[in-house]
Design a protein around this ligand. Sequence first.
Ligand code: C2O
Ligand code: CU
Ligand code: CU
Length: 512
Amino acid sequence: MSTTRRTFLGGALGAGVALTAPGCGIDLLPGQTGEVLRSEARLPEPFTVPLPVPPVKKPVRTAGGVDYYQVVQREAETEILPGLRTKVLGYDGLFPGPTFDVRSGRGVVVEHVNRLAVPTSVHLHGGHTPAASDGWPLDLVLPQGYQQDQGHGSHGASNVSQVRREHTYPNSQRAATLWYHDHRMDFTAPQVYRGLFGLHLIRDAEEDTLPLPHGDREVPLVIADRAFAADGSFRYPALDPSLRNTPGVENDYMEGVLGDVVLVNGAPWPMLEVDAARYRFRVLNASNARRYELELDPGPAKLVQIGSDGGLLDKPIEHDTVVLAPAERFDLVVDFSSYPVGTEVTLVNRIGQDSTARVMRFKVARKASDDSAVPARLSSYQPLRVPKGAVRRKWIFQRGNIDNHKGWLVNGKQFDPSRMEARPKLDGYEVWSFVTDVHHPVHVHLSPFQVISRGGTKPGPYDAGWKDTVDIRPAEVVEVLVRFREHKGKYLIHCHNLEHEDMAMMAAFETT
Ligand code: C2O
Ligand code: CU
Ligand code: CU
């Protein structure tokens, strides 16, 4: 049992809720909510490890136009820091997991087999997924023989259907960069931290017609910060080696766990040799709590944004810097032909400190021909207008003290899987206002949304396109327009700072 969480939940009964005032000194670092865990291991010189790219997952069979995949969740030892071994919890034992590369409209079934020592739940982030496959935090994939709820003396062996679980993903949505990750109630943060995350790319005919960089020049960049013990193992608060029945977070780190090593695709501050040509980078912030402000150093190349969480923008946006909160994706094109061959271009993090102020480096290795382009018009995407009669709901994300037990709350309440906070109708338009005290990246399952206002004025520079996660700054209000189109059932809205999520900053809604 998670003592911290259980005490917190226990203390909630019948107690009054005292919310803290906005911005009351919780931010310890500029632009961050969280506390830094320092590595004790010897860290490599930055920009010496080559950038790895996760392998593309192959189906085990195809039948009736559906591709069937199997993923085995298992422990593995991998070399993340040169010369040291790190035990990871990996999809197929990989850190990050394999990349799914699928077509819009072509369904897939992914069977997950749990060979770990802990229960898991698999969520496809950004997927328009039927509720039964969405990775509800109690829809567990159990290890063989795992005794659930040991506290109540239950010795029943696991149900076979729970040891393996099939997830049906229709992929009936436009091309986009999705990701899948663990979503086990109370334990998402430590389990994602130890490796349970990977990419799921959807492609479609509209995107195929564009002359965007592709092949070796389309590269995923999955950014995540971690801290390492002297022996190379991950440091994480209250991380018991067996990982069984340990709290997801403890009070000291409830603001969020920040590491001091920046990993890209699982490698510390890696290096990538590039042609003097355009590249398409699908950037995912898979960190538990850390935000980044990315910039290329030196210029002149810009970060040209072509897509967001939910796929292509209508037109490209040129950024000097890009701010990414946890779980956000930015599809960026960089033109390295603006640099002389031999230039080393560092991707820096403007809101990092010391070791976290840099992310990775590109070395412009050679001249090369390039027939790619970034068209002025990318997609037929249309901005939505708020129709008359749209339903309005407010979602307040705040820290709360219940009987002196700290936690994170949505609308003054901690997550209760049996309570539906809203029952939106399919096809109805809803304006949801997200209100915060400190930084909270707010994520909605099932359908993407469009940001319609930020801080009472127009959307910010990173709000364009279809989003499913939006970075909300301290004491800010962001309004989004959302419309659930299909799939009736129970879904989640939550903060994607994973320590906040595990400390109950999540709410359920049911589409009807
Ligand atoms: Cu990426 Cu509910 O999560
Ligand atoms: Cu999600
Ligand atoms: Cu939060």
